[in-house]
Design a protein around this ligand. Sequence first.
Ligand code: ITT
Ligand code: NA
Length: 185
Amino acid sequence: VEVNVITSNENKFKELDSIAKKYNIKLKWINLPKFEVQSDSLEEIVRSSAVIAFNMIRSPLIVEDSGLFIEALNNFPGPYTNYVRRTLGLKGILKLMEGIQNRKAYFMTALCYVDEEVIRVFTGKVVGKISESIRGDKGFGFDPIFIPDGDERTFGEMNIEEKNKYSHRGKAFEEFIKFFLTYIS
Ligand code: ITT
Ligand code: NA
């Protein structure tokens, strides 16, 4: 079975594919932005994006939506992470965090699988902190300012395999795989 991954973000696909390969699951990248309804809930966003995508391509697919939630900023940017990445950027977030002691933050992913028969949402979360400076040129998005608990490095200083061990996306996708392997057998 081949599973389509709808995302405009090649790094996302690479992270998922690096895990899928270990289980001999074949992923196919479809480079399209997902249609995103406005909602505070990542799970609602992926569910509707996945259904819309499935109505177009009619074959098994995954859609994924992630956000960064910063405790001292009342969980901002959360569902607005994409917008904030394009506007404030990493520097803007560090600026907002200047002088703030509580640097706790988490990344959250909701991933939706849909085919003719089922629609399932899986989630993953990684807790950590916002760094004092931008570090590393690997990964994407807010990776260079996020340090997962259990490590000293930012995601921007890790390769794909290292990031996957900790990451929201890695965890959500491993949950999907547990489901999928029994589902297809
Ligand atoms: P698609 O919607 O096309 O899948 P996207 O990059 O827009 O790709 P999201 O909407 O899920 O994906 O991402 C929201 C924002 O969060 C976006 O600006 C990303 O750069 C950022 N982001 C998502 N996952 C991340 C990760 O693992 N590390 C760092 N930043 C991440
Ligand atoms: Na997006």
